[in-house]
Ligand binder design. Structure first.
Ligand code: THU
Length: 140
C-alpha cells in the first residue's frame, strides 16, 4: 500500500507530533518539540526531543523520529513526509543538525511540514539545506 499525502493523514501526523511533545524530556530548556514521520505504507512514527545534562548530547524531536524510523526498517525511499510541531507563537524551524541528518535519512524532495497548530509552513529537504555536504562529496 502506498499512502499519498493528503490533509487527513497530515492532520493525523500533526496530532501525533503534538501528542509526542508530552513525552519530550526537556528539564533544561522546557521547550518541548514533537515530530512525526509519515511512511509510504501509512505508518506514523513519532519523536520528541530528549535532552541531557551534558547539553550538547540532547537529541531533537526530528532526529528521534528519523532514528526511530530507521530502527523500524524504513529508509529514505519509504518515507512520505516529516511533521515538526511545537506549541509556539511562531513556527519552529528544524535546527541545522537535524537538516544534515535529513539529507541521509530522507530524500531531497521529502516535504518537512512545520506547524504550531495554528499555521504550517512546508519546505522540501533540498530547500532546507542548499549547497549541502552529502554522501556524494565523500566520493570526490
Ligand atoms: N529542538 C527540537 O527538538 N527541534 C527543533 O526543531 C528545534 C529545537 C529542541 C532541542 C532542545 O531540546 C530544545 O528544542 C531547545 O533548543
Amino acid at each position: 500500500m502506498t499512502v499519498k499525502l493528503n490533509s487527513e493523514i497530515i492532520d493525523q501526523a500533526i496530532q501525533k507530533a503534538f501528542e509526542a511533545t508530552k513525552r519530550a524530556f526537556v528539564p533544561y530548556s522546557h521547550f518541548p518539540v514533537g515530530a512525526c514521520i509519515i511512511t509510504k505504507d501509512g505508518h506514523l512514527i513519532p519523536g520528541a526531543n530528549i535532552e541531557n545534562s551534558s547539553y550538547g548530547l540532547s537529541n531533537c524531536a526530528e532526529r528521534t523520529a528519523m532514528f526511530s524510523a530507521v530502527m523500524q526498517g524504513y529508509l529514505r525511499e519509504d518515507i512520505e513526509a516529516l511533521v515538526v510541531a511545537a506549541p509556539t507563537q511562531t513556527i519552529c524551524p528544524p535546527c541545522g543538525a537535524c537538516r544534515q541528518v535529513m539529507l541521509d535519512l530522507l530524500t531531497p524532495d521529502t516535504p518537512v511540514i512545520c506547524t504550531n497548530g495554528k499555521e504550517s509552513k512546508t519546505f522540501t529537504v533540498a530547500q532546507l539545506m542548499p549547497f549541502a555536504f552529502t554522501e556524494d562529496n565523500l566520493q570526490n
